[in-house]
Design a protein around this ligand. Structure first.
Ligand code: NAI
Ligand code: MG
Length: 391
């Protein structure tokens, strides 16, 4: 039987992941789920939110579902360590960022597709009244390099400072004392850039998207964004019928609401991909619907974009929307070739959403609280049940 690693993590991750597994089962997907530890509890009790044993399990089984983890700033995290572990040099880092780096999960895919009838869909004023544009965008975000690669310093070491000062543009920082300098670098490699572009073009070609948009800022960030755009211009010549567009991240965030239906596949570096994918997700229902895949050469991890929503974690009957996790599980099915089952589940979600009879609190635009269940909102389990019923 196929083995799937299950990493619920913290907070509502523990709630939504089992719901997705229920749906997978109902769709006829047979698997053995292998639990792996990750998250806050393991930071507090072991000084490591991503234990070695979890890396081993992933190494062995390759395909994983992930819920969400809780992250806190360094100093706050240090205070919550078990007394015996304090002042022993443990430093907190986000285990999901750790996973992406460790397994080189360099391709992040975030589809944003409108479910018709979702009351959270973006609407705008058009020439002839209110319009509801149908969004069908897939964002490819380079997941391991760029501004999130972690190469950064405050008060950089002398040799780094010296090296930076060989750049003529450093002159304008000459009057700033070294200890007052904070530097975060943005590193793109040709290999990483090639891989994310290739993934974007291949997806566009396979699923009939008419355009691939490089969303960066090549006019200002000329080396990194510039390299991505130049490589895309070469690559597009291999793909008949696909146009290459280029937008700047700032302008793209404005056009997002002007003409989102005009975009197909978007491709960006790490940070701009993070930004633009949240932007598009907002048009199709937000965190309750935003799903994602982190894919490397050997390991692939599927997760909702949302976090652990700690304020809802302890509810006796959970209120959060399981759709983002369920749709992430569909991405997993696609990845392992179970496309029919993925399609069936997406259709079931669409049916429930369009019917509009069963809605979680976010779809009713209510403020989250335990009372929403008395005011007509479906619980997490009821939403899942409705989807399973359609299956
Ligand atoms: P969050 O995504 O956990 O929650 C933000 C708000 O969005 C929630 O308060 C809730 O109103 C809503 N929301 C989230 N998921 C929802 C769902 N499935 N259905 C309905 N509404 C939903 O982000 P926040 O509050 O910024 O962070 C909470 C914790 O999660 C932090 O410790 C943060 O570091 C962590 N986090 C983890 C991520 C991950 O595991 N990949 C991603 C983002 C945040
Ligand atoms: Mg983000």
């Amino acid at each position: 039987m196929r083995k799937i690693v299950s990493m619920p993590g913290d907070g509502i991750g523990k709630v939504v992941l089992p719901e997705a597994v229920r749906v997978l089962k109902a769709a006829g997907f047979e698997a053995e789920y292998i639990h792996a530890d990750i998250g806050w509890e393991f930071w507090c009790n072991e000084g490591n939110p991503l234990p070695e044993r979890t890396l081993k399990i992933l190494d062995e089984h390759k395909i994983a579902l992930f819920g969400a983890i809780t992250s806190k700033p360094k100093a706050e995290a240090a205070k919550e360590l078990a007394p015996g572990l304090r002042d022993k040099g443990y430093v907190y880092y986000s285990p999901i960022v750790g996973l992406r780096q460790h397994f080189d999960l360099d391709i992040c895919t975030r589809p944003c597709k409108t479910f018709k009838g979702n009351p959270l869909n973006f609407i705008r004023r058009g020439k002839d009244g209110i319009e509801e544009p149908e969004v069908d965008v897939v964002i490819f975000r380079q997941n391991t390099e760029g501004l999130y690669c972690g190469v950064e310093w405050t008060d950089p070491p002398d040799e780094v400072y010296k090296a930076f000062n060989t750049h003529p543009k450093m002159k304008k920082f000459a009057s700033c004392p070294k200890e007052e300098l904070a530097i975060s670098t943005r590193i793109f490699t040709k290999k990483g850039t090639e891989r994310i572009l290739r993934a974007a073009f291949e997806h566009a070609s396979k699923f009939g998207y008419k355009s691939v948009t490089v969303c960066e800022k090549a006019n200002v960030i000329r080396e990194t964004s510039g390299m991505m755009l130049a490589m895309a211009k070469e690559m597009v010549t291999e793909y008949d019928g696909i146009d290459l567009w280029s937008t700047n991240i700032d302008a793209q965030m404005m056009w997002l609401t002007k003409n989102p239906e005009n975009y197909g596949v978007l491709v960006s570096g790490n940070m701009f991909g993070d930004i633009v994918s949240d932007g598009f997700a907002g048009l199709i229902g937000g965190l309750g619907f935003a799903c994602s895949a982190n894919v490397g050469e050997n390991v692939a991890i599927f997760e909702p974009t949302h976090g652990s929503a700690p304020k809802y974690a302890s509810y006796e009957r959970s209120i959060v929307n399981p759709a983002a996790m369920i749709l992430s599980a569909c991405m997993m099915l696609d990845h392992i070739g179970e496309t029919e089952k993925a399609k069936k589940i997406r259709e079931a979600v669409l049916e429930v959403v369009s019917e509009g009879k069963v809605k979680t609190y976010d779809m009713m635009k209510l403020t989250g609280s335990q009372e929403v269940l008395d005011n007509g909102a479906a619980s997490t389990a009821e939403m899942t049940d409705a989807i399973i019923e359609k299956l």
